[in-house]
Design a protein. Structure first.
Length: 355
């Protein structure tokens, strides 16, 4: 295909009216370029440089209904979030994000201007969170419901990846980013941004952004601490992951992979949560069980952690790694086993509605 094949169109033309080639001709110039691009959009496949000789790869989908509601999210929001959530997974490996491949399927009546706004969201997220990372290719199709799929690539810059199975007794547990804030934002939307029938209401959501900016931004346009992933790797983090499903649930993943117990200090957890804007009146469990913060959870050996050294970036201590006892590997809160369910699970928590 050639990107010069354009179709005279107005800002309100739909995808079904202008067709794929004309839509792409309007979208691709908006997308951010990657510093690692050898061959970018316009051919059968892209080529990106891999100076390290290895490549970190992750992929994620966002579906209208279980993952977002169009009444609550602008297309710019969705482009931003699609980039941010994948960049965070790359950062959690201690890698530097280098490139994204983005596939999008949208209803035929979708205005091309909406797709341009989506591309602007991708661009703005890459520029703000991971400068030098860009979109090198993807696909555009039509579907009855908006579907977004992103694959992200990262470079380790000659370092080892930071895995989930490296936590050891004596390590400190630390987090960079918010805790429970995105879940608070989602709860606010479900409680206050719906009409009398319970359907999502765009006007009420827009008004809520003015009254509850921290929680709604954390949910709709997250700002994960991408640079802190590399900083943690350089500092000697023993394990790390992206907090997409909630602190307790994701901490349990590190614990089980490493065969240890992660003992969280609830006072320190709450201190971090409040510092990032969580409502002091919120359920104290929200910082432990709320999902979709996309913060970074890491463990650090004692010789690279306080009081010996300061933790890198925005990391703050929230607990200690201890040996697995009779309950086996898992999570404790203030020394007591924590089995409270929580976190984000699209299979269990989607009501079947879209909106």
């Amino acid at each position: 295909m050639t990107l010069r094949e354009t179709h005279a169109s107005g800002a309100d033309d739909s995808l079904g009216v202008v067709g794929e080639l004309a839509a792409l001709a309007r979208i691709i110039p908006i997308l951010p370029e990657s510093d690692s691009t050898v061959l970018g959009p316009g051919d059968d496949a892209a080529v990106i440089a891999a100076p390290d000789g290895r490549m970190v790869i992750t992929t994620d989908m966002m579906l209208h209904g279980p993952d977002f509601r169009r009444a609550w999210s602008t297309m710019h929001d969705l482009g931003w979030k699609a980039a941010a959530t994948n960049l965070s997974d790359i950062a959690a490996m201690g890698a530097r994000p280098t490139a994204l491949v983005v596939a999008l399927a949208a209803p035929a009546e979708t205005p091309v201007a909406d797709l341009e706004a989506f591309a602007e969201g991708l661009r703005d997220a890459c520029m703000a969170l991971a400068p030098g990372c860009g979109v090198v290719g993807g696909d555009l199709s039509v579907a009855s419901s908006l579907t977004i799929a992103v694959t992200a690539f990262g470079d380790l810059d000659d370092r080892d990846p930071v895995r989930r199975d490296g936590a050891r007794p004596g390590d400190v547990i630390a987090v960079s980013g918010s805790l429970g804030l995105a879940a608070e934002g989602l709860a606010t939307l479900f409680e206050h941004a719906v009409d009398a029938t319970g359907a999502p209401d765009a006007a009420r959501a827009a008004e809520l952004r003015q009254r509850h900016p921290a929680g709604l931004v954390a949910q709709l346009r997250p700002h994960p601490p991408i640079a802190d992933g590399v900083a943690a790797a350089i500092a000697g983090a023993s394990s790390m992951l992206d907090l997409s499903d909630g602190l307790a649930l994701d901490a349990r993943r590190i614990a089980r992979a490493s065969g240890v117990v992660l003992d969280l200090d609830i006072a320190l957890v709450r201190e971090v949560a409040l510092a990032h804007g969580l409502d002091p009146a919120a359920d104290p469990l929200l910082a432990l069980t709320g999902g979709e913060d996309h913060s970074l959870l890491a463990t650090f050996p004692p010789d690279v952690a306080p009081p010996v050294r300061a933790l890198p970036g925005g990391f703050h201590v929230i607990g200690r790694v201890v040996e697995a006892g009779r309950h086996g590997a898992g999570v404790q809160v203030d020394g007591q086993p924590f089995d409270e369910r929580g976190g984000w699970d699209p299979f269990a928590q989607w009501s079947g509605q879209a909106g």
